[in-house]
Write a protein that binds this ligand. Structure first.
Ligand code: HEM
Length: 191
């Protein structure tokens, strides 16, 4: 039972955050959205790019360094990590490294390198990475296929989830039909 709960928790909010961040970025950049709708870029490329610049997991869980090649520790980017020390990985940082990516904070569909740590790395790498990407690809693709005129229903900055662990929008107000003011639908809602 606990394993099922873990899968639900690990896979639910992360995927919602990926979907809403991606939709938001595309609604704010209609010229980029147009290049996807005309087939110049695939939905899978959009999702990988979104994972790079808006990683749904900000920081991972705290872990402790148990062993290093050298008892005095190892140097990681000029920081020495010694056995027993607590380590927290900033998952969002790799995809936003300005030394690797130009304009790393923006959705850039022409980005060549998609080096990111949105799903972690190594022994604890995300179990549902392929599923999460696929879900986001299908949902975002279907949203724009069914509602090609969807627009943002606010010009205000949308607050992000107040969490050290997760990155995502609290809400994403969108009007599914441009010009129709009869109802603002929430594309995704965070409870
Ligand atoms: C876009 C969606 C997702 C993102 C960004 C994401 C991200 C992550 C990250 C950063 C970790 C931690 C890696 C580490 O500790 O080093 C993780 C672990 C995990 N994820 Fe995901 N995840 C996503 C979707 C899913 C889905 C859909 C499932 C399951 C259905 C899932 C199941 C898990 C599990 C079970 C772990 C723990 C793996 C372990 O500790 O061995 N995740 N995920």
């Amino acid at each position: 039972m606990q394993n099922i709960y873990l899968l639900l928790m690990a896979g639910h909010e992360t995927t919602i955050n990926l979907i809403t961040s991606t939709v938001h970025a595309l609604l704010e950049n209609s010229e980029k959205l147009a290049t996807v709708l005309d087939g110049s870029h695939s939905w899978s490329k959009v999702i990988v790019e979104s994972l790079s610049c808006a990683s749904p997991v900000r920081y991972g869980l705290m872990r402790y360094a148990t062993q290093t090649e050298d008892r005095d520790g190892i140097d990681v980017l000029e920081t020495k990590i010694i056995p027993g020390e607590a380590v927290i990985v900033g998952h969002y940082a790799s995809g936003r490294d300005p030394e690797i990516h130009e304009h790393s904070e923006r959705l850039d569909l022409n980005r060549c390198s998609h080096q990111h740590l949105a799903f972690g790395y190594g022994a604890h790498c995300c179990l549902g990475a392929a599923l999460g990407e696929l879900e986001a690809e299908v949902v975002v693709g279907q949203l724009f296929a069914r509602f090609p005129d969807v627009i943002l229903a606010t010009t205000d900055a949308i607050p992000t989830v107040g969490s050290i662990l997760l990155y995502g929008l609290q809400r994403l107000p969108a009007s599914l039909r441009a010009g129709v003011q009869t109802g603002v639908k929430e594309v995704a809602i965070r409870a």
